[in-house]
Design a protein around this ligand. Sequence first.
Ligand SMILES: NC(=O)c1ccc[n+]([C@@H]2O[C@H](COP(=O)([O-])OP(=O)(O)OC[C@H]3O[C@@H](n4cnc5c(N)ncnc54)[C@H](O)[C@@H]3O)[C@@H](O)[C@H]2O)c1
Length: 465
Amino acid sequence: MELKKKILCIGAGYVGGPTMAVIAKHCPEYQVTIVDINNERIAAWNSEELPVYEPGLEEIVRQQRGKNLFFSNDIETAIKDNDIIFVSVNTPTKAYGEGKGMAADLQYWEKTARQILNHAESSKIVIEKSTLPVKTALAMERILHSQNNGISFDVLSNPEFMAEGSAIDDLEKPDRVLIGCQETETGCQARDILVDIYAHWVPREKILTANIWSSELSKLVANAFLAQRISSVNAISALCEKTEADIAEVSRAVGLDSRIGSKFLNASVGFGGSCFKKDILNLVYLCRAYDLNEVADYWEGVVRINDYQKKRFVLNMLTSMFNTLAGKRIALFGFAFKADTGDTRESPAIDVARHLLGEMAEVVITDPQALDNVHLELGDLLDTGRIHPISDPYEAAKGCHALAIMTEWGLYKQLDYEKIFHSMVHPSFIFDGRNILDHNRLYEMGFNVYSIGKMPMTHFGTELL
Ligand SMILES: NC(=O)c1ccc[n+]([C@@H]2O[C@H](COP(=O)([O-])OP(=O)(O)OC[C@H]3O[C@@H](n4cnc5c(N)ncnc54)[C@H](O)[C@@H]3O)[C@@H](O)[C@H]2O)c1
């Protein structure tokens, strides 16, 4: 298979942008183009203010843009020009019809397949980068081969395992790259071309090849396992709060078992992000479709515990603050779903803010990267007049009854909490939803301190606990 040294990625989002920037950096002989239907997004990628915040991303884009990395909205020409096409469009949870709230919405995916079919003038390798239900490649192939026009298409699965906040590091040094193909002659040739691209910077032994269905399913399973660890530790955090056990000590003791390992064992207010919930629900939906209801119930429990943890967090605020939050000013420190990203999709801070507004509280929100998204995520509640985005954390805390750490930004560990304490209404409360602060010091300053999976530290005496 002789192909042009040109790569196209359809979908310039959190995955498409960073992955292609890293490919462009390591494969200087390839010309890499990224297209999107969202013109604003493309304009932002071509500007000084990139649409995605990731440590290290800006440097690479600046280095490669205009050399061998291009952002464009001319999808038609790009499809004609490129024979290696990654598809990295969004695959959100379906919000309508059959499978609503569970299944993956494949409309963007299918539209892309049809765009490729309509504009292709030569044979293409089409690479699934988006996270998809197992067997999607079959649908893709059926669409692509629906016109007998002599053009051949080989579909590969190459799911992306990077995490937001550490995308560039993850892409530069992946634990593994997974490439699935159909076991046909051209399928294997296509796979080898993709293996060679990654081999520019990824050691060969870390490039796994598999059958295409295993590859598609592995991505859903990896996310389900990661989310399951978080829900497991969070479930135990609730028990710790009742029994005077300390979740940090339990996690440490459990994680030192080499069979278990220590990563992803930090208790928190819950997981967020665009992927974990949607991918588990997608897995659950698939299991039900195959009549595997016990398997579906098992994985659905992971999402249930996550919802429970967020609700429990707010309920804890309510009971600790004398059973009423009405009119109280509460600062949420962090709005992004995790540190080092501006992404707020499925962020626990959104649910917590909604619950607090439901309790008639005044909600102040601060975040170093994600404050612009407050309007997007809580737009329907803005006319309550009780949402106050404030970028400076000291200003945000002023006059508040409580503050809650929602995102583990490094910045929040370094603040002058003495100064914050004196600007707040007393008694003052801190709810550390990420267990990142020095709780003993905060308690000594006068705060009533509540964390996840630990006994509260209050100045009220035991009768109020
Ligand atoms: N965000 C993550 O951390 C992450 C990690 C691994 C995998 N994934 C998966 O990767 C996929 C993309 O995720 P994302 O976070 O980058 O999504 P995103 O919403 O940030 O980006 C998707 C982009 O695709 C564009 N698009 C949609 N339809 C299009 C079309 N027909 N033609 C051209 N462009 C089109 C959208 O305008 C959008 O800019 C999803 O399947 C997701 O599950 C995401």
